[in-house]
Design a protein around this ligand. Structure first.
Ligand SMILES: C[S@@+](CC[C@H](N)C(=O)[O-])C[C@H]1O[C@@H](n2cnc3c(N)ncnc32)[C@H](O)[C@@H]1O
Length: 259
């Protein structure tokens, strides 16, 4: 897996927040409730700009964030300082497959479908070993991944619109893209194209970014977790708490490190 080559989407943290924070309320609330009930220390792997890490810190957690994108991590650090959360947050530029920090935490989080950035069995196993190494026995691990049966896993070759947002520069940005499905590796290769028109000059702009995401079915996930020493406690199909079903958009898993 070429991690540095899979980070094109994570070079513009300010606009990332504009795209991602709206609609994250249920996700943050569900994770925060579980994490705060578990203890007072948490590790978020692939934390990005701290969309979830910072609300956890604001709720009283000693929160550690790890990410491979320097711009995302620096933005998280800047926001933490602005929120007065310097003292209860720490940020580490590292690969979640290899990072080893001192001590143990009560809970670990991997969200924003970041699990899908781990593109091979070996990557997923290395990720799970990292979670296991940092969690205290009985500790909680919360993560989600898009449900393969709830998504169109096929080639889409003509740009299709997904959503819009207002950029920091004030442009209405139309976000859409194409996708290529590799059934052998179960990896979806998205090419996102953001389109906007400069209001002053009328000049059209386009910016593309590629990302590869692996899709893992519930039974494969169960096997991975059991082999890595985790017991699944509960699963949901969406952040509104709806049950996991064949057409659920997400597989949200709450599991525990075996004691
Ligand atoms: C979709 S973002 C999710 C960010 C954050 N968890 C959220 O909910 O907004 C995925 C993040 O995974 C990070 N990432 C990808 N591969 C990684 C790796 N091997 N180790 C650490 N971070 C990684 C990217 O830099 C990016 O910030």
């Amino acid at each position: 897996m070429q991690h540095e080559g899979n980070l094109e989407e994570f070079q513009d943290p300010v606009n990332y927040d504009l795209e991602e924070i709206p609609g994250s309320e249920d996700r943050i609330a569900m994770i925060r409730a579980a994490v705060t009930a578990q203890g007072s220390t948490t590790l978020e792997l692939a934390c990005g700009t701290g969309v979830v890490t910072l609300p956890l810190a604001a709720a009283g957690q000693h929160a550690t964030g790890v990410d491979l994108s320097r711009p995302m991590l620096e933005h998280a650090r800047t926001k933490a300082a602005a929120m007065g959360l310097d003292g209860c947050t720490s940020w580490h530029h590292a690969d979640a497959r290899q990072v080893r920090l001192p001590g143990h935490v009560a809970s670990a989080v991997l969200t924003g479908n970041a699990f899908q950035a781990f593109l091979t069995d070996a990557d997923q196993q290395a990720l799970m070993a990292t979670v296991h190494a940092h969690l205290e026995p009985g500790g909680l691990f919360v993560f989600e991944t898009r449900n393969p049966s709830g998504h169109p896993l096929r080639d889409i070759t003509v740009w299709e619109p997904w959503f819009e947002y207002r950029s920091t520069e004030g442009h209405r940005v139309h976000v859409g893209g194409t996708q290529r499905w590799d059934a052998a590796t179960r990896v979806l290769h998205w090419t996102t194209e953001r389109r906007w028109t400069d209001a002053g000059t009328g000049q059209p702009h386009r910016r593309t970014a590629r990302i590869a995401c692996r899709f893992t079915a519930p039974d494969e996930l169960a096997g991975l977790l059991a082999a890595a020493g985790f017991a699944i406690e509960r699963q949901f199909g969406d952040w509104d708490g709806s049950p996991l079903s064949a057409d659920s958009p997400e597989i949200i898993t709450f599991c525990r490190r075996a004691a």
